[in-house]
Design a protein. Structure first.
Length: 404
């Protein structure tokens, strides 16, 4: 045990002080202070400090950071019960264990002490073995509480850092999304990242004066790693840097991506993708699916006669098997054609008291939004959000509308 003439820098939250037991005795009788000091002198892991002036006890506790306070009951100027009220009213000492020391056993006084927040009650001077045991018992619980608080604070700080990083990553992903188009082809889209940030990304661009490419991908998992992979894939598609790949061929694109992004070389992450190419001259859409939800085409000779058409069944995910072959499909687009490509995050939602929405139910909502005469993307999202309620989406929400 060490006796400290001057108060040590306090902060019981500091790891070093939290590992040691610190006893603060508040008693106006110096001889009691010396007696307790001697009782604890053989305990190498206990630091002791004596405060003979109760008016300075709060400051001493704040500086020393005791793991237990021994508080005399009868003192001039301020009695021990009043000191208990002060300790419990001050955030710095509110949780510190306080053992009340009294000259005699008085049930009413003891009851009042416990009512005011005393942790224990001893008649002084107690046996050294009993005093040490009680000091260790209360200090152990308090130290454990401090360590839990430290761990919680560290976890909260880590979560705040992660949330900030995810927010920055989401902003970066959104900055890479394409501008909305007006002209021969018109586009509209919505991207709502989840709190954990999924791996959604999408894009479209002219490959040449006649061929227009469009795609949407969804990386497995959440977080920065998923976002980084989706950004990598976007850059490959935008810059057309897959070796020996004709980007007008959806099957070649998916097979090239599957070869380049095998999951064993990319942190065991895979992705799904829908990729299509529109031939403006022949008004023909060719597309392929790598494990992604089928796109929906609302088409007809006129807007009034247009109906939703499901484009392809999901194929094999991209990144799982190196020699996977992908099949493409093609169709000639009617005069009125609106294509909707989306991630599963927009329809894999559930009301507070019901089952998860089905793909077919989402298609019905999409078709109803089209008949509503407003902006289909916004109307669809609002309808889905009303089904889900106020809860945050668990996955990224992406939907792209392309009007041919």
């Amino acid at each position: 045990m060490t006796t400290q003439a001057q108060p040590a820098p306090s902060q019981p939250r500091a790891s070093e002080s939290a590992r040691r037991i610190r006893v603060l005795l508040v008693d106006d009788q110096a001889m009691i202070g010396e007696a307790v000091r001697r009782m604890l002198s053989a305990e190498a892991d206990i630091d002791f400090q004596y405060c003979g002036d109760p008016t300075k006890a709060m400051a001493a506790a704040a500086e020393f950071g005791p793991t237990v306070i021994l508080q005399d009951l009868v003192m001039p100027e301020i009695d021990g019960l009043t000191m208990l009220k002060f300790y419990r009213a001050n955030p710095a000492t509110r949780e510190m264990p306080v053992i009340v020391l009294s000259t005699k056993e008085e049930p009413k006084v003891k009851a009042e002490a416990f009512t005011l927040g005393a942790s224990d009650y001893l008649v002084k001077l107690p046996d050294p073995i009993e005093l040490t045991a009680r000091i260790r018992h209360h200090s152990k619980g308090y130290i454990a509480q401090l360590e839990r608080n430290e761990a919680y604070a560290a976890l909260k700080q880590s979560e705040e850092r992660l949330a900030a990083e995810l927010a920055q990553a989401a902003k970066y992903v959104e900055s890479l999304l394409p501008p909305r188009l007006e002209g021969v082809i018109k586009t509209e889209w919505l991207f709502v990242p989840s709190t954990e940030l999924g791996g959604d990304a999408f894009g479209y661009h002219w490959l040449d004066s006649n061929h227009f490419a469009m795609y949407l991908l969804d990386v497995c998992g959440h977080g920065v790693k998923a976002a980084l992979l989706s950004i990598s894939v976007m850059n490959v598609l935008r810059n057309q840097v897959l070796a020996s790949t004709d980007f007008r061929s959806p099957t070649e694109v998916l097979e090239g991506l599957n070869h380049a992004f095998q999951m064993d070389r990319h942190n065991d992450m895979y992705f799904t993708m829908w990729y299509g190419v529109f031939d403006k001259q022949n008004r023909r859409l060719t597309y392929a699916n790598g494990g992604h939800p089928p796109a929906v085409l609302i088409a007809g000779a006129t807007e009034e006669s247009a109906v939703p058409v499901r484009l392809s069944k999901p194929g094999t995910i991209i990144g799982a098997f190196p020699d996977t072959k992908f099949n493409s499909e093609a169709m000639d687009l009617p005069e009125f054609s609106r294509l909707y490509v989306f991630s599963d995050g927009i329809y894999e939602v559930a009301p507070p008291d019901g089952p998860m929405m089905k793909y077919s139910e989402f298609v019905d909502i999409l078709a109803a939004a089209k008949r509503g005469g407003g902006k289909v993307v916004e109307l669809t999202f609002d309808a889905i959000r009303s089904v889900r309620g106020e809860k945050q989406f668990e996955d990224d929400v992406s939907i792209v509308e392309i009007r041919f």
